[in-house]
Ligand binder design. Structure first.
Ligand SMILES: NC(=O)c1ccc[n+]([C@@H]2O[C@H](COP(=O)([O-])OP(=O)(O)OC[C@H]3O[C@@H](n4cnc5c(N)ncnc54)[C@H](OP(=O)(O)O)[C@@H]3O)[C@@H](O)[C@H]2O)c1
Length: 214
């Protein structure tokens, strides 16, 4: 499988490392000339190349969007039609500016990306793990107390694809439900950040509170 990355910063570069290690090809992109990714491409080896966001979107069988949320509208739409798109993004008003639908909690970050990509199958993943831990916390399937990552999405097949990928990357997976339930793992919820196994993260999701109820 080829994994396209739109964004190659803290999270994008780490997902690319996991993908290459798992035997996938990667096409990396950022907001600048692909040449700026030469160092990372060299580190990743022959399975990696850099291109524009359009190149990454076209080449990817699955594409990861991992840019600052404020830039989500710049993600190319047409080449992602019909594809599984992983959304890692979180909302930080101090970085992203205020987005009224998130401030009033009438939607969630991944629903915003899904609305921007109406023909793609958006799955929320990787939003609650620090980038550095992606390459240190993975364990083989069946390991006791394996770290679990949360997904959310509206398409069961897309979620199954992402579950298989995360398992190969070293993590158990807990399904929080449809995209609209993604708030349960947003910034400031109990599961956001710490290392949790599947049972613990299910508990975190169950006790999560909306900002308006905090
Ligand atoms: N850091 C973490 O530990 C962490 C953990 C979980 C989730 N997240 C979330 O994941 C997202 C990415 O975080 P990050 O820490 O990886 O950010 P980051 O290190 O700042 O990297 C952002 C990447 O997105 C690229 N980018 C920005 N605008 C773009 C555009 N319009 N088209 C294509 N690429 C674009 C940047 O390229 P340039 O360098 O060329 O600008 C850069 O490669 C954020 O929403 C963040 O909240 C972060």
């Amino acid at each position: 499988m080829t994994i396209g990355l739109i964004g190659a910063g803290h999270i994008g570069s780490q997902v690319a490392r996991l993908a290459v290690k798992a035997g996938h090809d990667v096409v990396l992109s950022n907001s600048r000339d692909p040449q700026t990714l030469a160092g990372l491409v060299k580190e990743l080896g022959p399975r990696a190349r850099a291109g524009t966001p359009d190149d990454a979107a076209k080449a990817g069988d699955l594409v990861v969007v991992t840019v600052p949320l404020k830039n989500y509208r710049e993600v190319p739409v047409a080449p992602l039609a019909g594809k599984v798109v992983i959304d890692t993004n979180n909302y930080y008003p101090e970085r992203d500016g205020h987005i009224s639908e998130l401030d009033d909690e009438s939607t969630t970050t991944s629903e915003l990306l899904q609305a921007h990509l109406p023909t793609s199958k958006v799955v929320k993943a990787f939003n609650h793990i620090q980038a550095a831990h992606l390459t240190t916390d993975g364990l083989p399937a069946g390991s006791p107390n394996r770290r679990a990552l949360v997904i959310a999405g509206d398409d069961a097949q897309a979620k199954a694809t992402v579950t298989t990928l995360l398992d190969r990357f070293g993590f158990d997976v807990v399904d929080a439900g449809p995209l609209r339930e993604g708030w349960r793992i947003q910034r400031d919820t109990p599961g956001y950040g710490p290392r949790r196994n599947a049972g613990e993260v299910r508990h975190d999701l169950a006790i999560a509170k909306r900002y308006r109820d905090m």
